[in-house]
Design a protein around this ligand. Structure first.
Ligand SMILES: [Zn+2]
Length: 227
């Protein structure tokens, strides 16, 4: 019987980049079929894929703990988790995988605008979404956020923002994380209702949906005071 030394068996962490890249390859510029699988470039692209074992975690351990303890809607937590792990099927990404089936342009913007749906455009800078996001952030967190930048948005995503909910905001007892989760989820849901059900992207309706979601969170947080 052949006894192989343990060192011939790769550890699970060392295989993660390779296996996850096979499942969800992250080729942003060139379709996988165009890259020689025996080439060094192919290997390096696989290694560059996200790994939870890398030295730069998505969130620190204490922030993950805070994330899992957040009193927010389940679907909002799922969406936020996907964004943290950069698992967003933007048109730009779909186009890079299947250039014949998908165009890289945003469907919400007028076709004449021909805006590429990058990650930033998908999450934040698409004009229809930016109106919703900036209005909600300035109304429910801090009035100085009337013209938020994408960096400020990412600070909320990665839970490193110094903003707190202003005392004169509508729901001052909610945390910035709770408010942000509602904004995130309404914009996400609206995007896919537009994509799959052709429901027009109406910022006024979505601001109403955010107000309703915040009211629900506020009511749930304070129900023990009523009972
Ligand atoms: Zn757009």
């Amino acid at each position: 019987m052949l006894n192989l030394p343990d060192t011939t068996i790769p550890s699970l962490p060392s295989l993660h980049s390779f296996t996850s890249a096979l499942i969800t390859p992250n080729f942003s510029h060139q379709p996988i079929s165009k890259i020689n699988p025996t080439s060094m470039r192919y290997y390096k692209i696989l290694l560059n894929s996200y790994s939870p074992y890398s030295s730069s975690p998505v969130l620190t351990a204490s922030k993950w703990k805070r994330f899992w303890k957040l009193e927010i809607a389940l679907n909002a937590r799922n969406t936020w988790f996907r964004i943290l792990h950069n698992k967003i099927t933007t048109k730009q990404r779909l186009h890079s995988y299947m250039p014949l089936q998908f165009q890289p342009h945003c469907s919400i913007c007028p076709s004449s605008a021909s805006q590429t749906e990058t990650l930033e455009h998908f999450l934040f800078s698409c004009p229809a979404k930016y109106i919703v996001c900036s209005t909600a952030l300035s109304t429910y967190i801090d009035s100085s956020l009337q013209s938020p930048t994408f960096d400020q948005y990412l600070d909320f995503v990665h839970m490193r923002s110094n903003f707190t909910v202003a005392a004169d905001a509508r729901y001052p007892s909610l945390s910035t994380d709770q408010v942000f989760s509602c904004i995130l989820q309404v914009i996400w849901t609206s995007h896919y209702r537009f994509t799959f059900d052709q429901i027009p992207f109406n910022p006024t309706h979505f601001l109403t949906a955010i107000a309703r979601a915040l009211y629900n969170l506020h009511t749930q947080d304070n129900i023990h005071q009523i009972m």
